[in-house]
Design a protein. Structure first.
Length: 236
């Protein structure tokens, strides 16, 4: 760790209060951004998607589980892979235990991947997770939500990810989508976020942002190069 400026307690308190004012301003700006996010227009979901999960075949409507709001984590797990994405697993470690709290605020949360249920179940047991995880198979859900691409699409070199603003190097990409169901049973897509938009949903990253070294990723070949499945840290 590099040497850092060291000051008296009084000087530290003055500097900390100056930063506190900026932190408060950022919090207010975030509150305003969250309000604008909630006020986005909705788009009606017209397709009847069918998923395979622990309860057998389920529709998108079923995934609400009696609640009016649904959060879907698009978990990168291609059918050809033997394990789920290490980065998505990092996020899953952060959201697995909070779903019970979301349920108390009229929110259900599930993960959806293209890999078949047998692969999802085996990997979930390995990781010790208990969130609901379903297979979209080839029903088009992840493609329609912008997180699954064909090899032909990738070969074009066109920006396909994050609402067509950036390229992605593989057939599966991460994302989070939010849906709402009204009293008539109609389902609406209210929000989706990708790429760095997922950062705010990873509590571990926010703790790293507090410590002197921060995320300490500047010298890596890519930002999350250091991340491993949590049962693989320490292995060669």
């Amino acid at each position: 760790m590099q040497m850092h400026k060291v000051v008296s307690g009084e000087q530290w308190l003055t500097a900390r209060k100056e930063l506190l004012a900026k932190e408060k301003e950022f919090t207010w700006l975030r509150d305003e951004l969250s309000r604008q996010r909630r006020e986005l227009p909705w788009v009606k979901v017209e397709k009847n998607y069918a998923f395979q999960g622990p309860n057998g075949k389920e529709s998108l409507s079923d995934l609400f589980a009696g609640r009016s709001q649904l959060v879907v984590y698009h978990f990168m797990f291609d059918p050809s892979w033997t394990a789920g994405c290490k980065s998505c697993s990092f996020w899953a470690d952060n959201f697995n235990s909070i779903i019970v709290h979301l349920n108390q605020r009229d929110v259900s949360m599930v993960a959806i991947s293209t890999a078949p249920c047998a692969q999802l179940d085996a990997f979930q047991k390995r990781m010790g997770w208990n969130f609901k995880w379903l297979s979209a198979g080839d029903n088009g859900f992840n493609r329609d939500l912008g997180v699954t691409f064909t090899q032909e699409e990738l070969k074009t070199g066109k920006p396909l990810y994050n609402f067509g603003t950036s390229k992605f190097g593989g057939p599966e990409a991460p994302g989070i989508s939010v849906f709402c169901k009204n009293d008539a049973g109609e389902i609406f897509r209210t929000y989706s976020t990708y790429s760095r938009g997922l950062d705010m949903l990873n509590g571990a990253y926010h703790y790293l942002d507090l410590v002197p070294k921060g995320r300490d990723e500047d010298k890596l070949s890519y930002g999350m190069e250091w991340v491993r499945l949590r049962d693989e840290y320490g292995k060669k």
